[in-house]
Design a protein around this ligand. Structure first.
Ligand code: IMP
Length: 179
């Protein structure tokens, strides 16, 4: 539970997110056209809303799998050390893979997960992040597709939490502490 009082200011509306996902899916569709071996991998828990909207816009024969990596705990600072808390159920060797992340912040999580999945020898591995905070980057990592580039703000909503709260907001909002 968050320990300081805060309010949430809307940053990206539900409508803007939907429009952006539609455009991104046209590009993803073109990249993977003709595949019959695509696994879309959602990084839990923050990507659960994004992946749900994304896969419903994709007219491709896909499988869906999930992987959970450790993240912020209950604070607003990254721990930097990435641990796998839940691995994929399926094998990805020889398959096409699309990794779906909520936010690329320091870059450690996507970097670690990409290297782990690449070691399993997929045919192709691509990455997509709904949000990117390039000013916070600590490792050289850029997703192949990005929904929105945002400034260094702590955001919530559309699956993204602050100490497990606010995932169910339909929009992306920034956290503003009131004390
Ligand atoms: P990175 O490893 O620093 O790139 O962090 C990636 C993870 O940190 C994301 O998948 C989120 O779970 C979490 N994260 C980064 N920025 C925020 C934020 O602004 N709000 C909530 N979670 C965040």
């Amino acid at each position: 539970m968050p320990t300081r009082p805060y309010v949430i200011d809307e940053m990206i509306s539900a409508k803007a997110i939907a429009a952006r996902i539609e455009a991104l899916c046209r590009e993803i569709q073109a990249e993977f056209e003709g595949t019959n071996k695509l696994t879309v991998v959602g990084l839990l828990r923050g990507s659960f809303v994004f992946i749900a909207d994304l896969v419903r816009e994709l007219d491709l024969p896909i499988e869906v799998d999930f992987l959970e990596a450790s993240s912020y705990g209950d604070g607003t600072e990254s721990s930097r050390e990435v641990r796998i808390l839940k691995d994929l159920r399926g094998a990805i060797e020889g398959r096409d893979v699309l990794v779906v992340e909520d936010i690329v912040d320091t870059g450690h999580t996507l970097h670690h997960v990409s290297n782990l999945l690449l070691s399993r020898e997929p045919a192709r591995l691509k990455t997509i992040a709904l949000l990117d905070k390039p000013s916070r980057r600590e490792v050289d990592m850029k997703a192949d597709w990005i929904g929105f580039e945002i400034p260094d703000e702590f955001v919530v909503g559309y699956g993204i939490d602050f100490a497990q709260r606010n995932r169910n907001l339909p929009f992306i909002g920034k956290v503003r502490f009131t004390s």
